[in-house]
Write a protein that binds this ligand. Structure first.
Ligand code: CA
Length: 422
């Protein structure tokens, strides 16, 4: 396992920081009334990558100002060789061995993270969400259809997904309004239109497509197209979902909001933490064969803080638990010829482990609302209540360092008055 790369910036060398020199995640920030700028996190500071580019001190493209924008899409579009060269150059400027000129440049073009506001790190082109966690699919299937029909027949062969809405993706810290929707009525009665009473989270990782495709690609080609990963919370209204999901899958139940972490952790930073997908219970078709280990050893946790109270951990799991990798999902996505674009976001599917406290949704943690989850404050939860703040965290753990994403959080706001009462 790679050791901590030490920096002349002391805060980057702590074993507890999420942003050592080994990480260098990409985000977008602003300070005060200033413009949105591309930034890279290091220790307790953000490097102003837009500023470094404009000053000619660190450029991704000698011809174009690709970072003169409030998103990393144009940079991603330059491709893996540029991603790698930029990372190498920035690592050199931050390493303990960096010369005085490099240290001066970084000192001039950086701000304390505590003074910055973080924004969506990239322009989400399109958003697709998958269902690749076998423990999650089994748990949910058992609740919705019974243990015998838990896993649909296709599940062990197809990375199941649905097309979500890019417009609903928000950055960590954005409040989430409890949605209204159509909910199944009592037996023989009409459905009702009401605020969701079963608002839930889904703990996921999002893969970001950094290169386009125009036809079917292999898993190895898909792997090369992925730029990096974010934490992702696919907020889900379970009562709306249960009524609408057959036969075309979730729709309004997952269209309210999807929250992502403010930092994109690059594939390069996660490279030492690769983990294999599990043994296949049924052989996959050849086009889904993996050339490399497609998962990562990333420790994940969910915390819930009721309004005005301290947070309680409610789940711990690991991205290694998934059945399909992002590269397999992306390859499958292209089989129809569906073009993929720079900035496409692919949700992994809920990440649940085998153990009851490793489940990545309240639906599973409370087993459909039947077994309330106990919080450290003495409160209990089946589903989310107004004022609850939900925080997803994740990091890969190296020898004396961590690679983190920053918190992926959101607070539930009460439903509006009946939106149709006018
Ligand atoms: Ca999901």
């Amino acid at each position: 396992m790679i050791k901590l790369l030490t920096s002349w910036l002391e805060s980057a060398n702590s074993a507890e920081t999420l942003f050592p020199l080994n990480n260098l995640p990409y985000g977008v920030f602003s300070v005060g009334d200033g413009d949105l700028r591309c930034g890279v996190a290091i220790g307790d500071r953000i490097i102003d990558a837009t500023g470094l580019e404009a000053a000619g001190l660190l450029r991704a493209d000698p011809q174009a100002d690709v970072l003169d924008a409030p998103y990393w899409n144009d940079f991603m579009g330059l491709g893996p060789k540029v991603w790698s060269a930029y990372r190498t150059a920035l690592t050199g400027m931050l390493a303990e061995s960096a010369d005085a000129a490099a240290q001066d440049a970084v000192t001039t073009f950086s701000v304390p993270m505590a003074e910055a506001v973080l924004h969506l790190p990239f322009r989400v082109s399109e958003y697709t969400d998958f269902y690749a966690g076998k423990h999650h699919a089994t748990n949910v299937g058992t609740m919705f259809r019974g243990a015998k029909n838990a896993l649909p027949e296709n599940w062990l062969s197809i990375p199941i997904g649905y097309n979500g809405r890019a417009s609903s993706v928000v950055v960590s810290g954005t409040p989430v309004r409890r949605p209204w929707g159509q909910i199944k009525g009592a037996d023989g009665e009409l459905p009702v239109f009401a605020p969701s009473q079963r608002l839930d989270l889904e703990l996921e990782l999002g893969a970001i497509v950094g290169q386009p495709s125009s036809g079917p690609v292999t898993v190895a080609e898909a792997e090369a197209m992925i730029f990096g990963y974010v934490l992702l919370n696919d907020w889900s209204a379970r009562d709306i979902q249960a009524w609408e999901y057959q036969p075309l899958g979730p729709f309004q139940s997952k269209a309210t909001a999807t929250t992502i972490s403010p930092w994109i952790v690059s594939k390069a930073a996660l490279e030492p933490f690769r983990a294999p997908t599990p043994p296949r219970e049924r052989p996959l078709l050849p086009y889904l064969a993996e050339a490399t280990s497609g998962l990562y050893d990333i420790e994940l946790s969910v915390a819930l803080a009721p309004s005005g109270m301290r947070e309680s951990a409610i789940a711990h799991t690991n991205f290694r638990e998934m059945y399909y990798s992002a590269a397999q999902q992306l390859a499958h996505h292209t089989t129809s010829g569906c073009p993929m674009n720079v900035g496409d976001l692919l949700g992994s599917g809920t990440i649940s482990g085998r153990a009851p406290d490793s489940r990545g949704s309240l639906l599973e943690l409370s087993w459909g609302g039947k077994e309330p989850v106990k919080l450290d404050t003495g409160e209990t939860r089946t589903f989310l209540e107004d004022g609850d703040t939900l925080i997803l965290r994740g990091h890969a753990r190296g020898n004396g360092y961590r690679i983190g994403f920053g918190d992926c959080s959101g607070t539930v706001l009460p439903a509006l008055e009946d939106p149709y009462a006018r």
